[in-house]
Design a protein around this ligand. Structure first.
Ligand code: P5A
Length: 451
């Protein structure tokens, strides 16, 4: 992409309404624009990252054996009356009447709608296990929408639902989700810690929230610091293996980690003092097992092997896709701007031409651009006729992990400058060596152009 032809409305001033770094930086970097309270338009840069996160989520869901679908945002109130949640959900639910005076609502979640799909089409235990998921906009009329996309009213969620014959099968689905979520967050460059939590309006006994540690997080959390040493890394997981998923879940849920809702002071005090941590966290996902809470009242039954009709065991699992962008920025920024992890960056490298219009500098930039594209990367070429300082400030603000600076003086010596956004370290290299270094930096990442 050439910056002269892109739409990147960066702001020079710090917006007064933004209280936390991620909100400020998303506005300043031209990623989002508020449409009304807690509702945002996604401008090209923000939309590109949203799509990248969606891709990662899809890939990891499909890897775990889950099947994508797409359900509507608007739902009929009748289904929610069947489950008993229409009245329970309260003021957070946006209720709408259509022209025929029928009660509709903008879905805050989809347990009822998916259960309705299931009961219409599945009747035998032979069709189980089944996990369906989608990535769709949700609406919750939060009392205090704040911090930009972090607590929005309209927000993008991945929500998945498992249907199983027995509780044991459903607990395998729970474990499988926990492992696939850990992998999903790791690919985004985040450490999200599974913590025992409270199930709230979704219901059920077993539930874990995934929290990214950050001072600006809305949740109070307590944990054993031993848990922060755990990673999945390159480990290849067989999601069909109950024993393997269970072992990973055990490893991750053994160290104490709880939100304030389930905090147990006695257990916490038993942790060696040096490892006892109390801090704040951003909730980027939650998984639930709720058994037959929806299947029973809604008649989502299957015929078991013995011919008897039984309600299926279910769970649901959510990832806050739009909130994740805020969480990633909270965990990755400095005073100059965002620092994208390589797995989610909107462009792989920035090319800054110090002397636009200089034949040699222009040609060197074009050649670099072509070499990066040939490797499957998406460079952002700042080809505007602007001062170097302004170009650097924009690149630092939007946070691409690497910048290649090209100018006539360096080119005379056969070199360009390659700068790492995270460390700030620059080195002078021949253009070919700079391209090779970038290829190495992105080895292990899926390289493909995104929207
Ligand atoms: C699980 C999927 C559910 O709704 N039903 C379907 C279950 N869980 S949840 O915890 O309530 O939400 C899942 C994730 O969505 C994100 N989230 C939000 N993101 C931005 N703004 C909001 N107002 C908001 N509310 C929830 C969180 O990341 C949450 O973990």
């Amino acid at each position: 992409m050439r910056l002269s032809r892109y739409f990147l409305p960066v702001l020079k001033e710090t917006p007064a309404e933004a209280q936390i770094a991620s909100h400020r930086l998303m506005l300043r970097a031209g990623m989002i624009k508020q449409a009304s309270a807690g509702i945002y338009s996604w401008l090209p840069l923000g939309f590109k990252i949203l799509r990248k996160l969606e891709n990662i989520v899809h890939e990891e869901q499909v890897r775990a054996g889950h099947i994508p679908v797409l359900m509507p945002t608007l739902q009929s109130a009748d289904l929610w009356r069947e489950s008993g949640r229409y009245d329970d959900y309260g003021a957070e639910m946006l209720r709408i009447k259509d022209r025929h005076d029928r009660d509709m609502l903008y879905g805050p979640t989809n347990e009822e709608l998916i259960t309705d799909i299931f009961r219409a089409h599945v009747g035998s235990y032979k069709d189980l296990p089944l996990t369906l998921y989608h990535i769709q906009w949700k609406f919750r009329d939060e009392v205090r929408p704040r911090f930009g996309v972090m607590r929005g009213r309209e927000f993008l969620m991945k929500d998945g639902y498992n249907f199983d014959l027995t509780k044991e099968d459903a607990l395998h689905a729970y474990n499988r989700h926990m492992v696939s979520y850990l992998r999903t967050y790791e690919r985004m460059g985040l450490q999200a810690i599974p913590m025992r939590a409270d199930s709230g309006p979704i219901g059920g006994d077993d539930t874990h929230e995934f929290l990214v540690l950050a001072d600006t997080g809305e949740s109070e959390v307590f944990y054993d610091s031993a848990i922060t040493d755990l990673t999945l890394g390159d480990r290849v997981v067989d999601y069909a293996s109950r024993a393997e998923c269970e072992a990973i879940v055990k490893e991750w849920t053994t160290p104490y980690a709880r939100t304030d809702e389930t905090h147990d002071a006695a257990l916490y005090d038993a942790i060696p003092e040096a490892r006892r941590k109390a801090s704040r966290g951003i909730e980027v996902g939650q998984i639930f097992y709720f058994g037959t809470k929806y299947s029973e009242p809604m008649g989502a039954n299957v015929q078991g092997p013995d011919g008897k009709s039984v309600p299926v065991h279910m769970g649901s699992h959510g990832i806050g896709v739009s909130r994740l962008i805020g969480a990633i920025i909270e965990a990755n920024h400095d005073e100059r701007g965002i620092i994208w992890p390589e797995g989610v960056t909107p462009f792989h490298a920035g090319i800054v031409n110090l002397k636009q219009g200089d034949a040699e500098a222009d040609a060197a930039c074009e050649a670099l651009y072509a070499s990066l594209v040939a490797l499957g990367m998406e460079p952002l070429y700042d080809d505007r006729d602007e001062r170097a300082g302004g170009k650097f400030a924009t690149m630092d603000l939007i946070g691409l992990p690497w910048r290649i600076t090209v100018g006539p003086r360096g080119l005379k010596n056969g070199v360009v400058e390659l700068t790492c956004r995270r460390t700030g370290i620059s080195e002078e290299l021949p253009p070919k060596a700079a391209v090779e270094k970038l290829a190495l930096a992105y080895a292990g990442h899926v390289l493909r152009p995104s929207l």
